[in-house]
Write a protein that binds this ligand. Structure first.
Ligand code: ADP
Ligand code: MG
Length: 247
């Protein structure tokens, strides 16, 4: 079982879109995949048309009143399950903080999925928090979508420093560019700078309006427009990630 967290300190950078498409691609490859929506906004759950049945599911999971299995929902796609966001995930940070060994709770919870899945994809909320610490502990790879702007250079440095301060292995931090506008010279300059650090995958996701249509179709772009440029870019990225983490 390999755990990938789609994370960035910033919001609106393509974490959810990437998480939804990468999970779909993994499942299409025949890998048993689970997407865990830990962002209380629940966008990934929405794209997969899933709703939580259990009230306060994550809270009860943390308090060992329900098992992980009980929160898992099937999707329209073979090999792909989802744990939808629920209202209790809004308070997850506070709840986690109250627990002993508060940084290892998510990792503990995921042990219940061991053997049932090949890949776990976690859609994370932005920010540093006890939840983020938990996710960094639980993840084998922290995938960070990054829009190549000047501000992103700073964000990237801050996240790296955070990893160093918390003594987290920097090898876990793997980044890729999203919403790239090839007409903008600034995008190209930022990409060139960040590629030097060798924490970025070569494949990037361009800015494409197809991605925004995921909200209309309530489906991954890799499912409703598989031959389009967006799906092709995600497929190429998935191949690179898979090779990067599995071999
Ligand atoms: N490659 C892309 N091209 C165009 N729009 C995108 C792309 N990736 C994401 N978006 C759009 O940008 C917005 C933010 O993306 P989202 O994945 O929700 O970010 P995050 O999860 O980091 O907050 C959404 O409206 C989404 O549809
Ligand atoms: Mg999101």
């Amino acid at each position: 079982m390999f755990v990938m967290a789609l994370y960035n300190l910033k919001g609106g950078v393509g974490k959810t879109a990437s998480c939804v498409n990468l999970a779909h691609l993994a499942a299409s490859d025949g890998y048993r995949s689970l997407l865990w929506d830990l962002d209380p906004q629940g966008a990934a759950s929405y794209y997969y048309k899933t709703h939580t049945r259990a009230k306060s599911g994550v809270k009860k999971l943390l308090e060992k009143e329900v098992s992980l299995d009980e929160l898992i929902q099937l999707t329209d796609y073979e090999y792909l399950d989802v744990i939808p966001a629920d209202k209790s995930s809004r308070k997850l940070d506070i709840l986690l903080d109250e627990h002993k060994g508060s940084k290892k709770q998510i990792r503990q919870m995921l042990k219940q999925a061991q053997g049932n899945y090949d890949f776990i994809f976690i859609d994370c909320p932005p920010g540093f928090s006890v939840l983020a610490d938990n996710i960094f502990e639980a993840a084998d790879a922290v995938l960070m979508p990054t829009i190549p702007t000047t501000l992103s250079l700073r964000t990237y440095e801050i996240v790296k420093e955070y990893f160093e301060d918390k003594k987290l292995p920097l090898e876990k931090l793997m980044c890729f560019f999203t919403m790239v506008d090839s007409r903008k010279s600034l995008h190209a300059e930022v990409m060139e700078t960040l590629y030097q650090d060798q924490r970025f995958f070569g494949t990037y996701i361009p800015y494409l309006s197809e991605v925004e249509k995921m909200g209309i179709y309530q489906a991954p772009v890799t499912a409703f427009a598989p031959s389009g440029r967006a799906a092709q870019s995600y497929a190429e990225l998935w191949t690179e990630i898979k090779e990067g983490v599995l071999y």
